[in-house]
Design a protein around this ligand. Structure first.
Ligand code: EPZ
Length: 414
């Protein structure tokens, strides 16, 4: 989709089942390339990043089929070690094929990845980790040329990078001895990747803690259900709060959302969490204490933009500090177009609540920034148009149908 037209000012009301997690399925799809057998995945989100990753895998000789909501992936026929640069250039997560291909083939030629522009996104932690496991790496005309089966050993990450942790977990599957990752990321998506790899026969312990251990073992096919998308859930909660609505989200793990739901509670929403579901009843909102993003279990950076949009009409001033990415306020000028009052200074943003927002025409800059503009448009009085809406397709499946099911007036212009 290229453009969204929204008539705002209507509270979102209803029940939604949360989709499978984008940031869990993408590393699991990369991991499937390391498995010489058939993998069956359920609860895969219907999003563009999955479609692109699927095409990348097929280009490497991996067979992929889908039927009745299941994805069948068979890595037996894997032969290529160089993903298509045009496709891989669209996704940051394509870099995770590095670990998978090294584990399986002992070689990989990876184009430098694409994905959301959120400031500098170097790969030094991925590469230093792999070099520590004995992999030879050269960077040549925009490609990473990697050779050598990883050996066992210990890798210490100075920062709990999600991608570097996942890449090292995948490389370790084919290592010549046990691998320990210290200072590992603890995100729930790491736990889901570990659960998938264990089902495929890998010996993995410590997922969700700063110390991960991978015992290489022969891998085989398996079935796995992708965990719910805590970032999609966070976005819907923020949209319901911003529009003064009431929402029941099902098929999710409320505990994974705690940093977000606790803040919405502080801001004046009534929240009730039960096993597998979470309800939100919005009321007048007020500003909350500083919101500081950070690695899990801190407040997630991917929820920063949607939460900012939810608090545009909250009485008082909310301070945001973005500590994970250096340039993740690119949605702010777009929010100001709706009448929001936001001051930014480097990695700090102060949101001064306003009485009302008005319709506007703005362009999405990335996935979560686009979600923030959508939330502002839903809360604003009047008509709005969001262009470059294709950014939203990357991570939110069936967005328009799901919005309409909650009473939103939204149309898509092809
Ligand atoms: C994952 O990105 C997610 N993407 C991101 O979600 C998410 O924002 C991020 O983790 C943090 O939670 C996927 O899972 C596909 P990082 P990733 O490596 O792996 C720096 C979304 O909206 N860094 O933890 O790229 C880096 O520059 C997306 O769904 C290095 O300096 O995140 C950043 O500042 C956007 N060197 C910080 O660490 C490295 O080698 C966190 O990056 C690697 C990272």
């Amino acid at each position: 989709m290229e453009r969204l037209h929204i008539t705002g000012g209507r509270p979102l009301r209803g029940t939604l089942a949360v989709q499978g997690s984008k940031n869990a399925v993408l590393p699991i799809l990369a991991a499937a390339a390391a498995v010489p057998g058939r993998v069956v995945l359920s609860n895969c989100p219907p999003i563009r990043d999955v479609t692109v990753t699927r095409a990348i895998l097929e280009g490497l000789g991996v067979a992929v089929q889908s039927s009745k909501g299941l994805l069948y992936i068979d890595g037996t026929g894997l032969r290529g070690s160089a993903p298509d640069p045009t496709l891989a250039g669209q996704l940051r997560s394509s870099v995770l094929l590095l670990g998978a291909l090294l584990a399986r083939l002992g070689r990989a030629e990876i184009p430098l990845p694409g994905g959301c522009v959120l400031g500098a996104r170097p790969l030094d932690l991925h590469l230093r980790g792999l070099e520590a496991l004995g992999v030879e790496i050269r960077c040549e005309s925009g490609r990473l040329l990697c050779r050598g089966r990883p050996r066992g050993g210990v890798v210490t990450l100075p920062y709990p990078s999600v991608g570097a942790t996942e890449n090292l977990m995948l490389a370790a599957l084919g290592a010549q001895g046990p691998v320990r990752i210290l200072g590992a990321a603890r995100e729930p998506e790491i736990r889901d990747l570990a659960a998938f790899l264990r089902a495929c026969g890998a010996g993995i312990t410590g997922a969700g803690s700063p110390c991960l251990r991978i015992e290489p073992a022969p891998l085989h096919g398996a079935s796995h259900r992708i965990q719910p998308d805590r970032m999609e859930a966070a976005t819907w909660l923020c949209a319901a709060a911003a529009t003064g609505g009431s929402l029941r989200l099902t098929e999710l793990e409320p505990a994974c959302l705690r940093p977000v739901s606790e803040l919405l509670k502080q801001a004046g929403c009534r929240i009730c969490a039960q096993r597998g579901c979470l309800c939100l009843e919005a009321g007048p909102l007020w500003a909350v204490g500083p919101i500081v993003t950070g690695p899990y279990p801190a407040f997630p950076t991917d929820a920063q933009a949607p939460m900012m949009a939810a608090l545009l009409r909250a009485e008082g001033c909310t301070l945001f500090e973005e500590t994970v990415f250096s340039d993740r306020f690119r949605h702010v000028p777009g929010l100001r177009a709706f009448g929001a009052r936001i001051e930014t200074q480097g990695r700090l943003a102060r949101v001064h609540g306003v009485k009302a927002l008005h319709g506007a025409r703005t362009a999405a800059t990335d996935l979560r920034g686009g979600a923030a503009l959508l939330i502002a448009a839903l809360a604003a009085r009047g008509e709005s148009t969001i262009t470059e809406a294709r950014h939203l397709d990357r991570g939110y499946g069936e967005l328009v149908r799901r919005l309409q099911s909650l009473g939103a007036t939204v149309e898509v212009e092809k």
